[in-house]
Design a protein around this ligand. Structure first.
Ligand code: FPP
Ligand code: K
Ligand code: ZN
Length: 515
């Protein structure tokens, strides 16, 4: 690999480079203690002397660990070249985060097993066990997460599916658990007796779609759902998340997912706050409303005129990709170059992962919220795929470092103890939310999606049929730094459920027809 050769050459010729330091640190295992940024001239000179005197000895005793570290490009083992010199709490915790991640990225964890690229394997068995456990009885402190139970069904089922695990054992318990959470006035709450909210409704609809089958899908009262969505639709085009609740871009995305998967009619109920005698629908003004969420930075905020955040970028882009074809809808409503600029600034080095917003820290869950934006944007720029997708990968547009993301995920986000699960960053505990979205990010980095209307799998004559026209293949090219055994399953780039599940759900409701 080009970068590795460069670094080896530098270690032989210019001992003051940080590259030679990182190999040395890898040998001594002292990366954690390195104070990389303001390297004082005196200690640098010291390093040079030590380096030249002991180089031959060091090479002779170079352990397997150091050999491994030398497989990792400098970009992921050295402190960044450009640093924030303004000392604030933000710049301090950024520096701490780099120091926290470097030992994991350098492949120097003792006793861990690494591949030829200095990347640890996916601890599939432990992550599967972790997710199964998350669906059993939880410790008392989880009472605070009671209203998030529907999300937990989705996170575990999506994660287990991505890991290749059979989930059919959960069909009956899921059906009997979610049935009483549905309200007769439409939608699902966070638990029994709670008012309906778009977030848990989205989680339950996706969980039922993953589990699949007539009995599961028939739990959903589509007519009541349609009435309730009418009550949430606002005259300015957006959706409230609950009746009288906040109007935000989560609501827009969740509503669009539900409308298309359940193939609901678009006409507004007569008592909707958005009803007009000009025939406004559930979708009127929605794309324009999302366009208003793009901020001066280029990202998306939760509602117009607020701060851009990665989670909202995914909601906005995925919603536009439900409302129409990516290459049509995204450029029509969004300043694409400005969005690419903001999204690109979310990927950090040496960490390799994504942050959620300007001046904040990398976090594993943004592997999906930010990482999941790339396939949608790449499809926007590439346009509809021609039939021979396999050949087109060499000309495919790649907007981010898949290698960086995969390194962050496999090196920093895995709890590699027997607890398993994936996490925000090494200092944080694994949980099912991060497990789901880190795996979703890994899946998307390992695959190449095409918006491919010529290979449509279902009848597209109905409303909102764009999102059933995606096809996928393994990604080939730069960033293939994992072994085949560490590949995870494919998740639909818009719905984030296993490939095929959205198509089946939609087909089932289309075949059922109106209500
Ligand atoms: C900031 O948290 C996080 C947000 C402002 C939004 C989070 C929203 C989601 C993750 C999902 C929304 C999507 C749906 C479909 C409901 P923080 O300040 O703890 O994190 P940060 O420092 O990384 O910004
Ligand atoms: K965070
Ligand atoms: Zn997170």
């Amino acid at each position: 690999r080009k970068v590795v050769f460069e670094r080896r050459a530098m270690a032989g010729s210019d001992a003051s480079s940080s590259a030679s330091k990182s190999v040395e640190d890898a040998v001594s295992g002292s990366s954690q203690n390195r104070q990389p940024h303001l390297a004082e001239p005196s200690s640098r000179l010291g390093d040079e002397v030590v380096d030249s005197v002991f180089r031959s000895q060091r090479v002779a005793t170079m352990s397997a660990t150091a050999a491994r570290a030398s497989m990792v490009p400098d970009l992921f083992t050295s402190p960044p070249h450009i640093r924030d010199l303004l000392n604030t709490q933000s710049s301090q915790i950024q520096e701490e985060t780099i120091q926290e991640c470097l030992p994991f990225l350098s492949g120097i964890e003792p006793g861990a097993s690494y591949n030829d690229y200095g990347v640890p394997h996916l601890e599939r068995k432990h992550h599967i066990q972790f997710l199964h456990k998350s669906l059993k009885k939880l410790p008392a402190p989880y009472v605070a997460a009671d209203a998030s139970r529907p999300w937990m069904f989705y996170w575990a089922l999506a994660g287990l599916s991505a890991l290749g695990e059979d989930i059919s054992q959960y069909r009956e318990p899921l059906i009997s658990t979610v049935r009483p959470i549905q309200n007769v006035t439409g939608g699902f709450g966070g638990g029994n007796g709670q008012m309906s909210h778009l977030a848990p409704t989205y989680g339950i609809v996706l969980a039922l779609a993953i589990i699949g089958g007539k009995e599961a899908l028939d739990v959903i009262d589509r007519r009541a759902m349609w009435k309730w969505l009418g009550a949430l639709k606002q005259p300015d085009g957006g959706f409230q998340v609950s009746v009288g609740g906040e109007e935000d871009i989560r609501g827009a995305y969740c509503a669009a997912v539900i409308i298309t998967l359940l193939d609901l009619p678009l006409e507004l109920p007569r008592d909707s706050p958005a009803w007009t005698n000009e025939g406004a629908t559930l979708l009127t003004g929605l794309a324009e409303w999302i366009g208003r969420c793009q901020t001066f930075e280029g990202g998306f905020s939760g509602l117009p005129d607020a701060e851009a955040h990665g989670a909202y970028a995914f909601c906005g882009l995925a919603c536009l990709c439900i409302l129409g074809d990516p290459h049509v809808m995204i450029p029509k409503y969004i300043d694409v170059p400005r969005l690419i600029s903001w999204l690109s600034a979310r990927q950090y080095a040496p960490e390799g992962g994504f942050s959620g917003r300007t001046n904040k820290l990398v976090d594993g869950c943004y592997s999906h919220w930010v990482g999941g934006c790339w396939p949608l944007l790449e499809a926007c720029l590439e346009g509809p795929s021609r039939p021979s997708v396999g050949e087109s990968q060499s000309q495919a547009i790649n907007l981010y470092s898949r290698e960086g993301l995969i390194r962050y995920i496999l090196c920093c986000c895995q709890d590699r103890t027997k607890r398993g699960g994936l996490r925000d960053k090494p200092s944080h505990s694994s949980d099912s939310y991060h497990t789901c979205y880190v795996l979703a990010g890994l899946s998307s980095a390992q695959h190449k999606w095409h918006f491919n209307p010529t290979e449509t799998r279902i009848e597209t004559s109905g409303n909102l049929a764009s999102s059933y026209q995606w096809t996928c293949e393994p990604f080939v090219g730069d960033g293939h730094i994992y072994d085949e055994e560490d590949r995870v399953g494919t998740l639909h780039p818009v719905f984030v459920i296993p490939e095929g599940a959205a198509e089946k759900t939609r087909a089932y409701f289309v075949s059922k027809g109106g209500f």
